[in-house]
Structure formats: C-alpha cells, structure tokens
Design a binder for this molecule. Structure first.
Ligand SMILES: *Cc1c(COP(=O)(O)O)cnc(C)c1O
Length: 373
C-alpha cells in the first residue's frame, strides 16, 4: 500500500480557477472581491449574518476575544483537552484560561463540570467541538444566561457540524474557524470569525485592520491599538471554491468516519470517539484510544507498527494543565484531569483526509486488528 498521510487538503472544485483569476487581475491583497465573497458565503453556510476573514484560526480566536472585550484579569472557561491556540488566544489578551476536563465518550469539555469553575471574574465560556463533534450547547447556553457570560466557540475542527439541527457558527455569540490545510475546509492558512451580533462584527472588523477608522477619510489617526489579521484575496479565492463544495466535502468526512467505525468494530481495547444522536459529527480527525491491557500493546507500539505499514498517525493533544507555556504564564495546573490524561497518554489519530478511500480504511483497520494480542 502507498504511503497514507494523516491528512491532506482536498481541492477538487474551482480552487485553481479562482486563484488564477486573482493573480491575473492583480487583486492579491485583502482588498480583492474574493474576501468579501468568502465572508458572505461562509457566514451563509453557517446560518449567520456576518463573517470576518483573517489569516489563521489562532488569530480568529484572539480577535473574538478582543471583540468580546475580554481583558487582563478576566477568566474564561475552556476545555483542557484542546489545541493550545484556544488557551493562547486568551493569554494574548492577558486573560486567564480555566480548564474543564473532557468527558469520556465524546472527549468534549464536560458540561457538568463548568458551573463549579465559574467565579465572579468569569467572563466567557469557550467550548471546542473536538474532532468535529459539537459540545452540549444547551447546557452551555443556560449557564451563560444564568451567569451573564459570553460564549465563543472554537469551531476550528467542525465546519458544517450540527447540534440539534443548527450548524457550528450559529451556536455561540461568536465562533472562530480555522482554514489551515488539514481542516475540513481550507485556504492553506486562514481563519474567520462569524457572528449574528452586529456589534461583535463591527469590533472584529475594526481590530482586524489595525483599527483604521470604520467611517470617514483614512487619516491615519488611530484611537485604539489594533492588529493586522487580514486574509489575502489569494487565500479567499480558495475559500470561495471550498464553500461551493462544502456539503460534498462534509459528506466524504462523515462517510469515512462511518467506515472506520464499521471496520474497527469489536477489536478489544480499541475505542473511537462517541457520537451523540442529536449532533452531526463531521470527523475532522478519526481518533483512536488504546487500552493497553485489553489490546495487549501500548499506543506507541501500535503507532510504530502502523508507521512500518506506511500509515502516518499523529499524537493527541497534550492537556492544558500540563503545558509548560501555560504554567509559566500562571495558569492553575493543579487539580486532576483523568480523562484528558488518558487521552494524551493513549490516544492518536488515524489518516482522516476527505479523499481517503474505503480500501485504505480497510487496510488501516486490518493492520490494527492483526497487531492485537
Ligand atoms: C487548528 C486549530 C486551531 C488553530 O488554527 P490555526 O489556523 O492553525 O491557527 C485552533 N483551535 C483548534 C481546536 C484547532 O484544531
């Protein structure tokens, strides 16, 4: 079997045509039409009014945090099992991330544990749809309402996912997406903040563009310290083409998630991320959790075996409570996070590209089955 990468971009529509168009017309900066078109089409896809395109997902998170008015000293509740950008976005604003352990099953932030961590300094909750599975949003909305908190979703892994019939992007006050090359929709590097809230939209637009005045002449007089987080028209050209095919690409990811579940069923000590029945899970990554006792091999042994079989894999996230960077910053790493620790110690991703074929999934699954002892 040829090498199977853990993830590769899928560019199967008008991507080349639109990028070529951008180059031919000379519109390559953020001033081109594709930026506006991408913001509009992706916001529409999410079911909300506004989109603000930026240059990556990490700064999309930071921009949302700034637009929400989160300041030094504020606390924000985030999952402990996530990519570090969720926490870094808060550090950039001088705020303090507060961690919630994952729940077994979906591996998402455990909604039952949030209330115990709300303090008078808490300003927001940042749920993350881990690997494409939305969190228990109804619980999060009711806590947000009760305590007057803003909800900012990190949907970097869940383009097109749904919770009770509503898409990610429409499940929070603001939602940050990434369009990095391995995400379900991609512009190579890219991100977007989407929202239905006009004030958040205006603030995001303002801070993204070094706080140039939104009205009147461009007189180079700046009232606030802003950022240059603009997306180029070249990247947005890719984005417009990706959104045209979003449903098709989503269907491939969902199909592959289903195939892995079928082929890996019943292997002792191998479990996959659970899916709740009221969500549409979009399977950004197909994660595997190894129970070394029951599988008879460790996670690391299995990863090396798969590597020999030309199958690329990748480790799971490292818990936020153990990140040296966050501990140096002053985050509270005490307390126990047993579900995250188990995921970090025993979890890894299988190849998960949209373009993955059924024979590859069956080959990968056979390798995992035959290595069991
Ligand atoms: C990928 C990812 C990000 C960051 O996106 P970049 O575009 O790489 O900056 C943030 N949060 C989560 C959960 C991610 O998976």
């Amino acid at each position: 079997m040829d090498f199977i990468p853990v993830c590769e971009p899928f560019l199967n529509g008008n991507e080349l045509k639109y990028v070529t168009e951008a180059v031919k017309t000379g519109w390559i900066s953020s001033s081109g039409n594709y930026v506006r078109e991408f913001e509009e089409s992706f916001a529409r896809y999410c079911g909300v009014k506004f989109g603000v395109a930026v240059c990556n997902g990490t700064v999309a998170l930071h921009l949302a945090v700034v637009a929400a008015g989160i300041k030094p000293g504020d606390e924000v509740i985030i999952p402990n099992f996530t990519m570090v950008s969720t926490a870094f976005a808060l550090c950039y604003a001088g705020a303090t991330p507060v961690f919630i352990d994952a729940e077994p099953g979906t591996w998402n932030m455990n909604a039952d544990a949030i209330e115990g961590k709300i303090s008078p300094r808490t300003k927001a909750i940042m749920p993350v749809s881990i690997f494409g599975h939305p969190c228990e949003m109804e619980r999060i909305w009711s806590l947000a309402e009760q305590y007057g908190l803003i909800v900012i979703e990190d949907a970097a892994e869940s383009h097109g996912a749904e919770y009770k019939g509503k898409k990610t992007g429409s499940l929070a006050d603001m939602t940050a997406f990434s369009f990095f090359s391995n995400k379900n929709l991609t512009t190579g590097e890219g991100g977007m903040v989407v929202t239905d809230n006009e004030e958040f939209y205006r603030k995001s637009t303002y801070f993204k563009n070094v706080c140039f005045p939104m009205e009147g002449p461009r007189n180079y007089r700046h009232e606030d310290i802003g950022f240059n987080y603009r997306m180029s028209n070249l990247h947005a050209a890719l984005g417009v083409a990706q959104v045209e095919k979003a449903n098709e690409y989503r269907a491939l990811r969902i199909r592959n998630g289903g195939l892995y579940r079928k082929y890996l069923e019943g292997i002792p000590g191998i479990s996959l991320q659970g899916s709740k029945s009221h969500v549409v899970h979009v399977f950004w990554m197909n994660g595997v959790l190894v129970d070394p006792e029951r599988y008879g091999r460790t996670r690391d042994e299995l990863m090396s075996y798969l590597q020999k079989k030309n199958i690329e894999t990748r480790l799971f996230f490292y818990g936020m409570h153990r990140q040296p960077s966050l501990l140096k910053y002053g985050c509270d790493g005490s307390g126990s996070y047993p579900v995250t620790d188990n995921l970090t110690n025993n979890g890894f991703y299988l190849p998960s590209s949209s373009s993955l074929r059924e024979d590859q999934i069956s080959y990968i699954s056979d390798a995992i089955r035959e290595f069991h002892r």
